[in-house]
Design a protein around this ligand. Structure first.
Ligand code: TRP
Length: 400
């Protein structure tokens, strides 16, 4: 397999000295639960956050259960973890673990949001795990001044359809909606909150004097589902959280208090971010024209993909002569992570770099594959409307 990293697509950072500074303008990036900015160096994040890289040994151990290596592991979309080896020990010892993941309902869902969910579904299937899926409508309401409850309520409904459409096992999956199911979280959250000082919260989350106190008090609510399985099962229960790396600060504080509260530390498996179609590396915060949303119509998908930034040269002649920069091309990465087999993708890379592939062809492949994938997704999304209650933690319907 080729060792590729989509954040290293552009050549200007490839021979940079490791100067240990993230303030260097060349690799200035920021990753917090509420802000992801700049050209992210994922290896630096592993060092900064103190997580572990996913090694080939771990992948091999997972393969013993799944029988194959999931593309998101093989292609390093999931690249970092905490205690994943411990989770595998537990599983091998016959102890089952819960999965826990979530979504802040601040907008419609796009393919980037869905990547960790698709992986979560796969782990649920292969390991038979129960899943708690948290919707942090409180967090998204508190986060900015300009979001109304109605707006969040609207996205909550729409996002529930997406979550169900991913295809989680209805017998093993519960959606927790914070404002509605708070009575199940609050007793645990207060136990957690009591053990975290403001000084720790400031250091971990970057809160300042101008942060509203709702946000400052929020982290224990996102931490609480890590311990809920132990309460439901009435014994200490291991939990694995598949999520993008920006959520890691929550798990750091949770892990810190877990053992003092008599629970296991939650384990994590961290994903990268899917680049925007506008540019590799740079994360653009919610520019709708550079993301593929689950509700996009085929023409819209085609238009967005056609307008995508690529690693191609300015003219066909130059492309033939010089070849393209696939590693700096979002179209390449979407195809690699979502639709190409590893072999197809490696071939695509070689053909592109040698000038034997034009951007139009890759765009056409991505457009077709996305239309097919999202077309099927949309059908499942429609069907989801009839089964919402089955998935909710309290078994009650959620009306639009
Ligand atoms: N805070 C997350 C967001 O804004 C939502 C979330 C809640 C979450 N619990 C989680 C994400 C657990 C991953 C894992 O999207």
């Amino acid at each position: 397999m080729l060792e590729l990293n989509h954040s290293k697509g552009s050549s200007d950072i490839s021979n940079d000295e490791d100067d240990n500074s993230t303030n260097n303008s060349k690799h200035d990036f920021k990753v917090t639960p509420w802000e992801v900015e700049g050209e992210i160096d994922y290896n630096k994040l592993i060092a900064q956050f103190g997580t572990q890289p996913i090694t080939s040994e771990i992948i091999e151990r997972i393969k013993q259960v799944t029988g194959e290596v999931h593309p998101m592991l093989k292609l390093q979309y999931f690249f970092s973890h905490r205690d994943l080896d411990w989770i595998l020990n537990k599983h091998e010892g016959g102890e089952s673990f819960y999965l826990y993941t979530g979504r802040g309902p601040s907008g419609m869902v796009h393919i980037g949001h869905m990547m960790p969910w698709l992986f979560t579904k796969y782990i649920q299937e292969k390991f038979g795990s129960k899943l708690l899926f948290q919707l942090t409508d409180d967090e998204k309401f508190l986060q900015t001044q300009d979001r109304s409850r109605e707006e969040i309520g609207h996205y909550t409904y729409e996002n529930i359809l997406d979550i169900i459409a991913v295809g989680f096992n209805p017998d093993k999956t519960k959606i927790i909606l914070d404002t509605r199911h708070i009575q199940h979280l609050y007793p645990i959250a207060t136990e957690i909150a009591k053990r975290i000082t403001f000084s720790t919260a400031k250091a971990v989350f970057g809160f300042s004097n101008s942060t509203n106190i709702g946000m400052i008090g929020f982290p224990p609510i996102q931490a609480a589902p890590c311990f809920l399985p132990s309460i439901i099962e009435n014994k200490p229960t291991p939990v694995l959280i598949p999520a993008a790396i920006d959520q890691d600060p929550y798990w750091r504080v949770t892990r810190d208090v877990a053992e003092r509260m008599g629970y296991y530390k939650p384990a994590q498996i961290h994903s990268k971010f899917l680049p925007s179609l506008g540019m590799v590396g740079k994360m653009s915060s919610s520019k709708p024209e550079t993301a593929l949303f689950t509700i996009d119509e085929p023409e819209v998908i085609d238009k967005k993909v056609s307008a995508a930034f690529t690693g191609g040269q300015a003219t066909v002649a130059l492309q033939r002569q010089l070849g393209g920069n696939a590693l700096g091309c979002p179209v390449f990465w979407y195809l690699r992570y979502l639709f190409d087999t590893e072999r197809q993708s490696d071939e695509r890379l070689l053909k592109c770099s040698s000038g034997n592939l034009l951007c139009g062809e890759c765009k056409s492949d991505l457009s077709k594959e996305s239309q097919k994938f999202l077309g099927e997704f949309k059908k499942r999304r429609e069907k989801a409307k009839d089964v919402i209650a089955e998935f909710m933690f309290d078994g009650a319907p959620y009306e639009k």
